[in-house]
Design a protein around this ligand. Sequence first.
Ligand SMILES: *Cc1c(COP(=O)(O)O)cnc(C)c1O
Ligand code: SF4
Length: 392
Amino acid sequence: MNGETYRRIPLWKDVPLEEWETYRWQMANRVQTVDVLRQIIQLTPSEEAAVTRRSGRFIMAIPPYWAALMDPEDTMCPIRRQAVPVEDEYRLSPNDLIDPLAEDSHMPVPGLVHRYPDRVLLLVVEVCAMYCRFCTRSRVVGTSAGFSKSANIDQAIEYIKTHRKIRDVLISGGDPLTLSDERLDEILGKLRAIPHVEFIRIGTRNPVTLPYRITESFCQVVKKHKPIWMSLHFNHPKEVTPPVKRACNLLADSGIPLGSQTVLLKGINDRPAIMKKLLHELLKIRVRPYYIYQCDPVKGTAHFRTPVSAGIQVIEKLRGHTTGYAVPTFVIDGPGGGGKIPMMPNYVVSVKDGVWVLRNYAGKLFSYKEESNGHGERPRTAEIEPSYALNH
Ligand SMILES: *Cc1c(COP(=O)(O)O)cnc(C)c1O
Ligand code: SF4
């Protein structure tokens, strides 16, 4: 959104731009009720029913910044669909799971998921600026799970200290950037003080859903503990607005490497052309696409899920067809706690006697011949069934 276009919404027409552009004002004025939402978009009966419904719902909160990007008429608007609940959220599929990645059972201490030997996921807060309707952690996000309690965080940090194999800490939540700069400074400082922790990254959607959170003083905090990487979360090219570009610029100029994770969402970004546009926009703002996730089977998200082949098709249309830096890895996070499993189009047509027959992005065949090992033998390679591209 450019400049003061939010003024078209009567509710906010008198808000001074200096105030609009602050994190504090945006958080204090998040859209949380049907009455406010009605002043921004023309609600469908399904949205109206879902927002009004009280029991068992995943909390709704939309920063005015994001709300002003929603199309008031188009119910398929990708910005709107990510933020506004619909009745489908209450339609449960037999595949739905409450904790699809079995994170709760991989927590040695509250808020610390230890799935891979060398790295951990540290959940430091359960609050987000905006609650994405497809959130994988909706079972804890927006609740009072207690991850932000200092006693819990201290216990988690203690665990990291006593497990020397942990070299990588991913700080996530909720959204870590909903904590104050002071609190983040403290947490980063404690992690940095652990000698075997060599890699720290922050997973956040705040630069996308409420970009005014990114300030000079925030960048100073992150710089102080450098090197810190950041994983952002972008799903649609419409999210790359001038304020988001400014935020990413500030971060990149502060020397923070930026990656992006994307959730594959039906009707939002499951068309290769849309995804490609998003990835190109990200490269332009120095954000390196990292992962595309198959939508996890979270309770109440069946309406967002695509076939797995949609993700493979997206990669098929990217790899070789555009800049390699623009191509993320498509993964399925193995339900039950398998971790991220890469999913790829198949480029191997056959392997026999050290000859690999491969197809390239354009469908042409090429052979690569392996060297024999000097004893007249070739390395043993399993024979692979002839296979074909998935674009049938
Ligand atoms: C995603 C994830 C990580 C980090 O995985 P990378 O592939 O290194 O990005 C670590 N722990 C858990 C539990 C995760 O879900
Ligand atoms: S920002 Fe991340 S953790 Fe928060 S609701 Fe969205 S997907 Fe969930």
